[in-house]
Structures are given as C-alpha cells and as structure tokens.
Write a protein that binds this ligand. Structure first.
Ligand code: NAP
Length: 251
C-alpha cells in the first residue's frame, strides 16, 4: 500500500523498510485493543512498532504475533515518561527516518464507582497524565518525523464516554480525560490543516479487554475503525473528526 508521497530519508539504515512501506507506531499495544490494531496494521503491509511501557511484555506480545506470521518490532514507550518518549522518537528517526502513522491508544483509569463530587483529584491528575498528556507528549515528539514529508495519520483512541452529548456521573476522571483528548484532537487537526497530516479521534466501542471487561465486542471488530482512520488515503480530507465504526459521532 503506497499512499504517501515520495519521502526523503534522513538516516540510512540497513534495517529500514523500503520507502513505499509505511511506518506505524501504536502505544499501549502489548494487550487489548492496541495489540489487535498492531495485528491489523501489519496485515496491511505496514512496518509496525508495538509500543509497550514494559518492554518484556511488549516483546512477548510481538513474539505471539510472530508465531502467527506477523513480524512487528516491540519498542519501550511509557506515555507518561518524557525521557522515554524522546528516546523512542530518536530510535524511530535513526532506524526509519520518518513516521507515517501514530495511534495514541494507551489508556487507563476507567474509574467506575467514583463520583465527580468525591473522587480524589490525584486520580483525576493521573488519568489526565496518561489519557491526555500521554497522547499530547507523543504527538509533540513524533510530529517532526511526519511534517517534513507532508504526510501523517494520527488516531487518538478516545471514548464515547468523553462525548459532551453523553450525560452521566460515572467514571469522572476517565470521562474528563477523554473529553479533553477530543478537544486536543480538534485543535491539533486545525493547526495541521493542509499539512497532509490528518488527526482524528476514534471510539472503538465497548470491547472485551481488561479495561472493557466482558459483554463487549471482540477487539478484532473494534480495531477496524481505528485502522480505517490510520489508512485514510492520500487525498483524504477527513481530519478533526470523531468516529466510531467509520461513522461520525457527536463530540
Ligand atoms: P486495556 O486492555 O486496559 O489496555 C490498555 C493498554 O494501555 C495496555 O497495554 C497498558 O499497558 C497501556 N497503558 C496504560 N498506561 C500506559 C502508559 N502510561 N504508557 C503506555 N501504555 C500504557 O485497555 P483497552 O480496552 O485495550 O483500551 C485501549 C484504548 O481504548 C484506551 O485508550 C481506552 O480508553 C479505549 N477504549 C476502550 C474501550 C473498551 O470497552 N475496552 C471503550 C472505549 C475506549 P500495561 O499492560 O503496561 O498496563
């Protein structure tokens, strides 16, 4: 799949994939939805970096994929650790010279049972650190690997919970963090308008994972909407949107 204009490679490396192969990074990809997104992106032919805050868990996940014939590279990435993010960005630049697709999937603090009137604000801060600032930090570190090539796809994995159209008192920290991530998505998309870099938020829907528990749908189904936004074609003008299953949903 070649959806990208001819790119300049700033570093030569014998491990670098051919220019027509896109390079993708998925955060929080050692399990759950992120792992499935890695699997599906790799199936499109992309060279995929499987981000994991615990590299051992990331390597294990990558090995499981390799047993299924899917070759991906595990990379250490804790989205709350600026030094680690900078190191990951340097690794990507030195190895590939660019990044085409960034999936900000890492998410946490689904604070079911908490109430907005009584939740410990440390929990709210922690949720924002991962779900908002995590994606923000990673974007700031990696945009320099997209901008010079006039191409990029950034997908912020959000949640319908963060929609202002959805009322409710549960999960206040998570809800506020995803609403803020949605607003960040819109502002970044506006800044990058016309740059060739498309930025969208995607709600995967209720999914059977450690976070989602049971009763939701399989990650293989939920990942498809994320992969769709990651694979928007070269001429696409879809940016600054909020989607579930390829359909726009209310902010
Ligand atoms: P999950 O199974 O709990 O997986 C979360 C992933 O995020 C794990 O790999 C976890 O790593 C990683 N993570 C957490 N904090 C991190 C950090 N500081 N740095 C890097 N990675 C970190 O959750 P999931 O259901 O797959 O969720 C994936 C995304 O979908 C999240 O953004 C979530 O909010 C969103 N979402 C999920 C649902 C659902 O029903 N499941 C619905 C709507 C939206 P560790 O293994 O190291 O903890």
């Amino acid at each position: 799949m070649n959806m990208r204009p001819q790119a300049r490679r700033s570093f030569s490396s014998f491990t670098a994939p051919p220019l027509e192969q896109q390079i993708a990074l998925v955060s929080g990809a050692n399990r759950g939805l992120g792992l499935e997104v890695v699997r599906q992106l790799a199936a499109t032919g992309m060279a995929v970096l499987l981000g994991s805050r615990d590299l051992t868990l990331g390597e294990r996940a990558a090995q499981r994929l390799r047993r299924d014939g899917i070759d991906v590279t595990a990379i250490q990435l804790d989205v709350t650790d600026q030094t680690g993010i900078d190191a990951a960005a340097r690794y990507i630049e030195n190895t590939y010279g660019r990044l085409d697709v960034l999936i900000n999937n890492a998410g946490a603090y689904y604070d079911m049972g908490e109430l907005p009137s009584s939740i410990d604000l440390d929990t709210v801060r922690a949720a924002l650190e991962t779900n908002l600032f995590g994606a923000w930090r990673v974007c700031e570190a990696l945009l320099p690997l997209m901008r010079p090539f006039g191409f990029g796809r950034i997908v912020n994995v959000s949640s319908g919970c963060g929609s202002s159209a959805v009322d409710g008192e549960c999960c206040p920290a998570y809800r506020v963090s995803k609403a803020a991530l949605n607003t960040y998505t819109r502002t970044l998309a506006a800044e990058l308008g016309g740059s060739g870099i498309l930025v969208n938020a995607v709600c995967p829907g209720w999914t059977n994972t450690d976070m989602g528990g049971t009763g939701g749908r399989p990650a293989s189904e939920s990942a498809q909407g994320v992969v769709w936004a990651a694979c928007l074609p070269a001429k696409s003008s879809i940016t600054g949107g909020f989607f579930r299953d390829r359909q726009r949903i209310d902010w």
